[in-house]
Design a binder for this molecule. Structure first.
Ligand SMILES: N[C@@H](CCC(=O)N[C@@H](CS)C(=O)NCC(=O)O)C(=O)O
Length: 200
């Protein structure tokens, strides 16, 4: 299998962390690529020129980080990251993490292309409000059973999104505003799969 990725994408990092946690890294070749450069090798596997993409041993090209994560979860022998009895809870948490990553990533991309004024647009304001609401809900729910479970896909997606906020939007100061969420996230962020794949 081949995983197309870069070092700054929260979505690609989720796919890579799942590969590490599932013990699949020796079966996955990492293909480093800049998605914004419209490289032919990426467009050949994803006409949207977005990462991550996972090409499977039988020649399918999977896009979308959560779909790649579900596919890899079926492959490796180690514990399921979406265990059947807790499926809905885990997917619900993964959805919250993905929404946080989407709002953060689109804020960063908006600023990159249009400057800080992109935060003042209708969409920019919606993204900032969405992040505030998501963080408040997640901080309130740190004692939910899903947060206490062994590592699962929800944890991975959420912790990557929170680390992306530290990386790209530190002024949001989510740790100061929601210390209980930071207390939950830090052990997840300290795992080998996270430190090996740190944003840079
Ligand atoms: N929903 C997608 C988002 C993927 C995405 O937006 N990737 C970014 C990198 S962080 C990208 O490749 N952007 C290039 C572009 O949009 O042209 C996923 O979960 O994989």
């Amino acid at each position: 299998m081949q995983l197309y990725l870069n070092q700054t994408s929260p979505y690609a990092r989720v796919a890579r962390i799942v590969a590490v946690e599932k013990g699949l890294l020796d079966r996955v070749e990492l293909e480093w690529v800049d998605p914004w450069a419209n490289r032919e090798e990426l467009i050949a596997v994803n006409p949207a020129s977005r990462i991550p993409v996972l090409t499977t041993d039988d020649g399918e090209a999977l896009s979308e980080s959560l779909l790649i994560a579900l596919y890899l979860d079926e492959q490796g022998a180690s514990n399921r990251l979406v265990p059947a009895p807790e499926r809905a809870r885990v997917l619900a948490l993964a959805g919250r993490g993905q929404a946080l990553a989407d709002a953060a990533f689109n804020t960063v991309i908006g600023r990159k292309h249009e400057g800080l004024k992109s935060d003042d647009t209708v969409l920019g304001q919606r993204r900032l409000v969405a992040m505030r609401r998501l963080l408040a809900e997640l901080a309130h729910g740190v004692d939910r059973p899903v947060m206490e479970m062994p590592l699962n896909l929800g944890h991975i997606v959420l912790a990557v999104a929170l680390d992306y906020l530290d990386f790209r939007l530190p002024e949001l100061a989510w740790r100061d505003k929601h210390p209980a969420l930071a207390t939950w996230a830090d052990p997840v962020l300290g795992r080998d799969s996270f430190t090996q794949t740190a944003f840079e």
